[in-house]
Ligand binder design. Structure first.
Ligand SMILES: [Zn+2]
Length: 411
């Protein structure tokens, strides 16, 4: 299992699959097609059935049931694209065997070092096999670790027919990092009752709570007049933007919040006297608090409209995704079985709310309850990204164990 994971993972990361927000196609970049097509070949090679790739690049495959019990169909998902934050071109994975707990020199020439002083979590990996970057790219463990784990787990189940399981569906998908992963995901055609994204971080992560999310674009129209003769006439849109932002609760911002605390995040503020645009995202795990935050913003905009004129301020407020907990709690077995799988493998489940969203946040509302499981990556989206092969092996075992548990509990 170890060699297979290393081989698959190091092959996948060498293919540049960075997604691109500015592209209108799906997948957003051609490199994703390269990996998706390779995975189609590999799925066929290991003996998966119903291997398909649709016009948007979504790869689906089936591992048929090998039991007569009525087991619900479950799915495993991973995304092939890498983050937009840092380059994923020419990734040169470095293998560090039997990591000694000290500094890892990523790049001698450039003096780039992965150090436990800067990244204390490294100490958890002493004695393990790490895969790192060469300091010039990201690694892409997010989420090619997940892809490699699902592939290896399916191959393992095929090689071990004595392990009984129901029908398993696999989906390898594009464009998660730009939030479009589920947009063209055909939930009906996938045909699973539950699914799991293998897209979390360190060992034990099990997540079924995400933010509720909205975005607000505010446009302020000013009136620019020569400053020498502006009295009573000039309307400075920048200043109205500042006034608006000042009325939001100062402490409800990303830099002051953690755990279950929500926020308003001012992402961008561009303006001149004539016109100013502010772009906010609003996040909260609690649906009521989320709605209250949106109402508060609407109220502030209304008050400023009364003060400066109805047409002065435009507000476009849109929900982006919701907390998947609402959809997962009523079908607790999807979550409980994952937890039990970890406990059977002596992994302590780390159940914490995600301060973000996953493909599962959207899929859960499309009718496919989808919690998120660790894939192993650390320091994701940058040059210090690394993954431990031992964690990837555990994630692979969790997939196998979940399949077993669903079969055992079925009649
Ligand atoms: Zn990811």
């Amino acid at each position: 299992m170890k060699d297979e994971l290393i081989k698959r993972f190091t092959t996948y990361v060498k293919i540049d699959t960075q997604s691109n927000e500015d592209s209108q196609t799906c997948p957003s970049t051609p490199g994703q097609w390269d990996l998706l097509n390779l995975l189609v070949d590999e799925l066929k090679e290991i003996g998966m059935e119903e291997v398909t790739i649709d016009e948007n690049g979504y790869v689906f495959a089936t591992l048929p049931a090998n039991t007569n019990k009525q087991v619900p169909t479950i799915g495993f998902l991973a995304h092939v694209d890498t983050a937009t934050d840092f380059t994923g071109k020419n990734v040169k994975p470095q293998i560090v065997e039997n990591y000694d707990g000290g500094d890892v020199i990523l790049n001698k020439e450039l003096g780039i070092v992965l150090s436990p002083e800067a990244f204390p979590s490294l100490k958890n990996y002493k004695g393990q096999t790490l895969i790192t970057t060469d300091g010039t790219t990201l690694l892409g463990a997010d989420d090619k670790a997940g892809v490699a784990e699902i592939m290896t787990a399916m191959n393992y189940l095929i090689q071990h027919p004595e392990i009984k399981h129901g029908k398993i569906r696999v989906a390898l998908t594009p464009d998660e990092e730009i939030g479009r992963g589920p947009h063209k995901f055909n939930v009906d055609r996938f045909g699973a009752k539950y699914a799991y994204t293998m897209d979390g971080g360190p060992l034990g992560e099990l997540q079924y709570e995400s933010f509720n999310a909205a975005a607000a674009k505010i446009t302020i129209n000013g009136n620019n007049i020569h400053p020498g003769s502006a009295k009573g006439k000039m309307v400075n849109s920048i200043k109205i933007g500042m006034e608006l932002n000042q009325q939001l609760p100062v402490r409800e911002a990303p830099e002051y919040t953690e755990g279950y605390e929500g926020f308003y995040h001012l992402l961008s503020f561009h303006g001149d006297v004539e016109k100013t645009e502010l772009y906010y995202i609003i996040r909260d795990h609690d649906r009521q608090k989320f709605e209250a935050k949106k109402e508060n913003l609407v109220k502030i905009v209304d008050q400023l409209r009364q003060k400066y004129g109805e047409d002065t301020i435009g507000l476009k407020l849109e929900d982006q995704y919701y907390n998947m907990r609402e959809k997962i709690e009523p079908v607790k077995e999807v979550f409980e079985n994952a937890k039990e799988a970890m406990e059977r493998l002596d992994i302590t489940p780390v159940i914490e709310p995600i301060r973000g969203g996953t493909d599962g946040s959207q899929l859960s509302y499309m009718g496919l309850p989808t919690p998120n499981i660790f894939a192993g990556g650390e320091n994701m989206h940058g040059k210090y990204e690394f993954v431990s092969i031992e964690t990837m092996m555990k994630a692979t075992e969790v997939i196998v164990e979940i399949a077993k548990i669903f079969e055992e509990k079925a009649k």
